[in-house]
Design a binder for this molecule. Sequence first.
Ligand SMILES: [Fe+2]
Length: 247
Amino acid sequence: MIDQLGNFYKSWDRNIELEGEIPINDQLKLESKYNLPWYQFNLPDFPLAEILSEVKATKDLFVPHRDSEGNHLWKGICLHGLGKEKTMCPEDYGILEKDAHYSWTEIADLCPITKRYFSESYPSEAYHRIRFMLIEPGGYILPHRDRERKGLRGPLSIPLTVPDECHFVVENFGRIPLESGKGYLIDLSNRHSVWNRSNEDRYHIIAEAHYKKGYNDFLKLIAQSGMGRLDEDEKITYSAILKKLGL
Ligand SMILES: [Fe+2]
């Protein structure tokens, strides 16, 4: 197992290099025609310090997550989902997705600021799982793909802590330069891995948002606050989006 991890990191533990221009209008369709490995955007008013306090206060309640891909140091807990300790997909518990009933768990009661952020600030009215994830020092997630279909679809990721010696590494690209408190969409069809070689806990939120009326606000959010290296295109793109949305 550790050989597999070591070989993957030997190849891809380097700064990410993206070549050429990436037309933002096409990113905003959230399709990966350009094979974009990730997209970063700002989360206005994200209460990072308060959420970090809440997540640390619940650490003892975390349970091991997907031990076959990691070691027992990869853990999680659900604020919203099928149950506080049901950190995996419904199918892993013998439940069909169509029969899954998602709701706030008792962890949300312990974390009122986090619950309020997702209920009142983030532009989604419906969620499947919202999880706090933790990789303790020495923990790792073995290289894997979560899906076959390419694209920036999938859950919202929010790093809460980003230890220096802990990287999210993507095959054929390299390290994603994660920042605490920012939002990320990641193409999880690329093989990826995380390895915490630091002495600090690595906390992260993964939220499966299902946008209804909030989808337009979500598009505006990512258009207004997208990755810095796309600044020059941002105005044009934002106008294009507003036009498309009829605003
Ligand atoms: Fe994954």
